[in-house]
Design a protein around this ligand. Structure first.
Ligand code: PLP
Length: 285
């Protein structure tokens, strides 16, 4: 199932071609996007996603259409979704820089899609991961902002290539590492580990995307007595942790079962607790 809306709130047949061949999003991956989970009509972390899209756009000097336009498109998709058939959707907000040599008007849409079977399987069964080099020092973001390291741009070809590399090695997921050996993030997820009464993640200053799902988890975990920290850590800490998760909007809090072929601790009770803390942010929790 797919539902497509434009920024003026009109619905369009999702089979309709929307982009010109000379759109900079098509020819250069020049644009930004967000993927949001909508569950039981509630777009989760919508404000955080819109803030992050604004930040990504600012980093690449892209004039993002105003918030009201995105909210209109989101609402149009939510209103048109067949909720009696499917209680969740993955909502993609996309904005390109528009036509090459044009007047600079950005081009955006909101596309709601069913959750893929592979995603549901990862949520339920957990994942195997491999560590792959990302090839930069964690302080590069500050030195070279033009590399857009912490922006969610449309240029995800490297991230998708890394996923294929993982699959070719028989794994489900990737954990990127920096040149100093510290843990960065997944190609579409944030790494979280548990250690005693503490949850740890990589700081956005290392050039990773600030995760809305990890943010939501930490928010309720803190209220429940967990200590939370965003601090650089080495790969060895994944192996000695009480548990490792990949957090992302559509995959939720996915338990990691093995890394580079070695099992990591995957306690079902701890997993259930973190999943419950995350869910408790929302009406269904
Ligand atoms: C590179 C990267 N890191 C982390 C995340 C997780 O972010 P969120 O929890 O907001 O979905 C994503 C989401 O797709 C991502 O692409």
């Amino acid at each position: 199932m797919r539902v497509l809306a434009l920024l003026d709130g009109t619905l369009v047949d999702p089979e309709t071609p929307l982009f010109r061949a000379d759109d900079l999003g098509v020819t250069r991956g020049d644009g930004v996007f967000e993927t949001i989970l909508v569950a039981d009509r509630e777009p989760r972390e919508l404000a955080a996603h819109l803030d992050r899209m604004q930040r990504s756009a600012r980093l690449m000097q892209l004039p993002l259409p105003d918030r009201a336009a995105w909210l209109r498109a989101v609402q149009a998709v939510v209103d048109a979704w067949p909720w009696d058939q499917e209680r969740e959707l993955a909502l993609k907000l996309v904005c390109t820089r528009g036509i090459d040599g044009g007047d600079g008007t950005p081009h955006g849409f909101a596309l709601g899609s069913s959750i893929e079977a592979g995603t549901l399987r990862k949520r339920e069964q957990g994942v195997s991961a491999v560590t792959l080099e990302r090839g930069y020092e964690p302080d590069l973001m500050e030195r070279a902002p033009w590399l857009l390291l912490s922006a969610k741009t449309l240029s995800y070809a490297v991230n998708m290539a890394a996923m294929r590399e993982a699959e070719s090695r028989g794994a489900d997921e990737v954990i990127f590492t920096a040149a100093d050996g510290s843990v960065l993030e997944g190609p579409t997820s944030t790494v979280v580990l548990a250690r005693g009464d503490e949850l740890l993640t990589t700081p956005p200053s290392s050039g990773i995307l600030e995760g809305t799902t990890q943010g939501a988890l930490f928010r309720t975990a803190e209220r429940a007595g967990w200590r939370t920290r965003a601090e650089k850590f080495p790969v060895a800490d994944l192996h000695s942790a009480d548990g490792v998760w990949l957090a992302s909007s559509v995959r939720l809090i996915t338990q990691v079962r093995s890394i580079d072929g070695s099992p990591v601790r995957a306690d079902p009770q701890l997993h259930a607790e973190l999943a419950r803390l995350y869910e408790s942010n929302y009406g269904t929790g």
